[in-house]
Design a binder for this molecule. Structure first.
Ligand SMILES: Nc1ncnc2c1ncn2[C@@H]1O[C@H](COP(=O)(O)OP(=O)(O)OP(=O)(O)O)[C@@H](O)[C@H]1O
Ligand SMILES: [Mg+2]
Length: 434
């Protein structure tokens, strides 16, 4: 070209070189940035994919912008089919849809937590999900949309159930500990009392027997004396009348019989005490539950301060296997509680019923017409040390011990308030094998 010197060309070529170099540098920087962006994108993708909770990112009007794999699995719909559709359509019923629409109302700026709503699952059923909804703000604090997360309530329930089971096991172990401790000390105490009573009762019984024999002989002798003519002086006849000797001789027999009966009954009681103190041996035996219930009823009602109506409906035989002493403890506890509860009732009535159900299990109910159990107490009734009785009158161990015993016998103990008033405890026990 004319008029353009070589120097100018050299200058142009150098400038082009510089521009080219700059371009190269930009390209390298761009590639690095791209790689970093790609990496952070992958990171977010992998986090979203491995989240077990469902995640939905929406625009301000509820249009779905982004979802995670968990939601796709849950609804059985692919990402492409979900994006752009209204989030409300995911919900199973109109009430849930309306609740989500409220989250997106223009004034809505607060987060919502743990709202239980139904989402239509892949199999078409409505699954309850605990939903959280949080506003999504732009860099300048403008509302750009909402982030919705959720966890199927079933999973929460499973976790809660596992926790509850562990807690129950812990409680049972604790109850068993308390039970064996209380039974052992009570057993020792009763065994001591029974031992102490045994001796005096046996010599009272032995002596009364001897006395009866002697009285017979004395009777014969007195009759013989009064029959002999020489001994029938008027003074002696008078004395015999004054001292009412004939009445005494007549009374002697029934008096001695009464003493013997009383002593024999006391021996029975001591035998019962001995049986009771054997409960901590826990040996399994076959026994008739009906007899145990009758014995328990006798023991408690006999010592009850106030008299009350007792209605008993028991089959003659309820065979079961286990510890009769422990079962007696359970029934005595239930009957004693019922007596205590009916202390103020105008016409106290205790009902004890037992029968076999269709599956041959024994179902026994102890029901009273006392005040019943306040709703708030029901969940705690079988807890150790739960009592509403004044200090010194109740340990709160009766029902927790009974519960442990029944469970060890493979049965269940439950309580309910009766519609007509009062409480009813139901004991379900497996039948004796064979
Ligand atoms: N039949 C019933 N009617 C009303 N409340 C009852 C009845 N049975 C039990 N309860 C309530 O359950 C509580 C716990 O009973 P539990 O037998 O475990 O202990 P307790 O009777 O208080 O004490 P303990 O049995 O050691 O003497 C009682 O204090 C009472 O409030
Ligand atoms: Mg009690």
């Amino acid at each position: 070209m004319e008029g353009v010197g070589e120097a100018v060309w050299i200058d142009v070529i150098r400038k082009m070189d510089e521009v080219y170099n700059d371009l190269l540098q930009y390209e390298v920087a761009l590639e690095e940035k791209n790689a970093a962006l790609e990496e952070s994108h992958q990171f977010i993708e992998s986090v979203l994919a491995s989240m077990s909770d469902i995640l939905i990112v929406c625009d301000r009007h509820g249009g779905i912008e982004e979802v995670n794999a968990s939601l796709q699995r849950f609804t059985g719909r692919a990402e492409a089919a979900l994006k752009g559709t209204p989030v409300f359509d995911l919900f199973a019923d109109e009430a849930s849809r309306q609740a989500v629409r409220d989250f997106f109302s223009p004034q809505q700026r607060d987060a919502r937590h743990d709202v239980e709503l139904g989402i239509a699952a892949a199999d078409g059923t409505a699954v309850p999900v605990s939903i959280n909804c949080t506003p999504r703000l732009s860099g300048v604090g403008k509302l750009v949309g909402m982030v919705v997360t959720g966890r199927p309530v079933g999973e929460l329930r499973r976790a809660y159930h596992a926790l509850r089971q562990t807690h129950e096991e812990l409680k049972r172990t604790q109850q068993q500990l308390v039970q064996s401790e209380k039974m052992a000390s009570l057993g020792r105490l009763v065994a001591g009392v029974a031992h102490e009573l045994n001796n005096p009762i046996s010599f009272v019984l032995g002596n009364v027997m001897a006395l009866r024999r002697y009285v017979g002989r004395l009777h014969t002798y007195i009759e013989a004396v009064s029959a002999s003519a020489g001994a029938r002086t008027p003074a002696l006849e008078n004395l015999r009348r004054e001292l009412r000797i004939d009445r005494i001789l007549e009374d002697m027999e029934p008096l001695l019989d009464g003493m013997i009966e009383g002593a024999e009954r006391t021996t029975d009681i001591v035998d019962g005490l001995k049986r009771f103190s054997a409960v901590d041996r826990q040996a399994d035996e076959a026994f008739n539950l009906t007899e145990v219930v009758q014995r328990a009823l006798r023991w408690v009602t006999r010592s009850a301060p106030a008299k009350f109506e007792v209605r008993v409906d028991l089959p003659p035989s309820l065979p079961m296997v286990g510890s009769s002493g422990q079962m007696q403890q359970v029934i005595m506890n239930l009957v004693q509680n019922a007596c205590d509860a009916m202390a103020e009732a105008p016409s106290p009535k205790l009902e004890v019923r037992a029968a076999h159900d269709a599956g041959e299990a024994i179902v026994l109910t102890v029901a009273d017409n006392g005040p019943g159990i306040p709703e708030a107490h029901l969940p705690h009734l079988f807890d150790p040390f739960f009592t509403t009785k004044p200090v010194g009158q109740g340990t709160g161990l009766g029902l927790s011990i009974s519960y442990g015993i029944v469970e060890r016998h493979g049965g269940r103990l439950a309580v309910a308030n009766r519609p007509e008033g009062g409480a009813a405890f139901t004991l379900v026990l497996p039948p004796a094998p064979g």
